[in-house]
Design a protein around this ligand. Structure first.
Ligand code: CP
Length: 299
């Protein structure tokens, strides 16, 4: 089966084809599968956007969504992820979406599971469907990735969104910079480092990240107000941004920490557009992986 696991697996042409498919789906009311298809969303970590927008995407495509709640499943009795997914495959699932705290959880599944797996986030590893919705939002805004200055700012080290976006944006022709506390940057990223004051003047896209307290081994020293002043997108910094530059954030948001409350819905913000685009790229990805398996539900 075709899976969606990391952005590294996608070539530039394939990425553009997928974004075109999402655009078509955003304008279409057509797609319905001829036969009954079941989707199951397995979320072992909290989620609002990814889980609900996958469910919306599945329903928009006419798929039947089988319910799965990690807390009331047999995982609680010690059943492994592999046995859980194999069970769902046996019951008749045609596609599974998985979010799990273990980085690259999918490595132990892909050779043994015969239905597509779409990665809804693996620990600090990858978040390809978030990356696709970010790409669609940027492409809709600028028409291209070539030559854009994109600054990813904040808790880079713990962010699967940053990891998925860094590599693919560069491959698509953008110049990618990072900003935020240096202790959250790996050595390999330091040549991309800019201060927040430099960042706001340089960026076409300011991509802000949430501080992922739940993944920190050592508690953060700076309080929210200090962090906002040192590394946040403050109202004062926003005024120095270029005329047509935009603000993005995968959300959930810590208002007045990484981004000023008043900027979340300001004219430059594409944060809720990103969420809307999440439904379209997830429809495109589901139809992409099911096309390969079921002879096409969009034709
Ligand atoms: N951006 C994102 O993945 O949000 P959720 O954790 O709510 O799914």
């Amino acid at each position: 089966p075709t899976h969606v696991l990391t952005m590294e697996d996608w070539g530039v042409t394939e990425i553009h084809n997928l974004l075109d498919r999402a655009e078509i789906l955003s304008r279409s009311s057509k797609p319905f599968p001829a036969q009954r298809l079941f989707a199951v969303n397995l979320f072992f970590e909290p989620s609002t956007r990814t889980k609900i927008s996958f469910e919306a995407a599945e329903r928009n495509l006419g798929l039947d969504v089988l319910p799965f709640e990690a807390d009331t499943s047999s995982v609680k009795k010690g059943e492994t992820l592999y046995d859980t997914v194999k069970t769902l495959e046996s019951i008749g699932a045609n596609v599974v979406v998985i979010r799990h705290s273990k980085e690259r959880y999918f490595d132990e599944l892909i050779d043994k599971i015969n239905i597509p797996i779409i990665n809804g986030g693996d620990g600090c590893g990858h978040h390809p469907t978030q990356s696709f919705l970010d790409l669609l939002t940027i492409k809709q805004e600028f028409g291209t990735f070539q030559g854009l200055n994109i600054v990813i700012a904040g808790d880079i080290f713990h962010s699967r969104v940053a990891r998925s976006n860094l590599e693919v944006l560069e491959r698509l022709g953008a110049h990618v910079f990072v900003s935020g506390p240096k202790e959250w940057m790996s050595k390999e990223l330091m040549h991309r480092y800019v201060s927040m004051d430099e960042a706001v003047e340089k960026a076409d896209v300011m991509m802000m990240l949430r501080i992922q307290h739940e993944r920190h081994a050592v508690k953060m020293v700076a309080g929210p107000a200090d962090y906002h002043e040192l590394y946040g997108l403050t109202a004062k910094r926003e005024k120095k941004m270029k005329q047509n530059s935009i603000i993005m954030h995968p959300a959930p948001i810590n208002r007045d920490v990484e981004i000023a409350d008043e900027l979340v819905e300001c004219a430059r913000s594409r944060i809720f557009k990103q969420m809307k685009n999440g439904v379209f790229v997830r429809m495109a990805l589901l139809s992409h992986v099911l096309d390969h398996n079921r002879g096409g539900i969009l034709q």
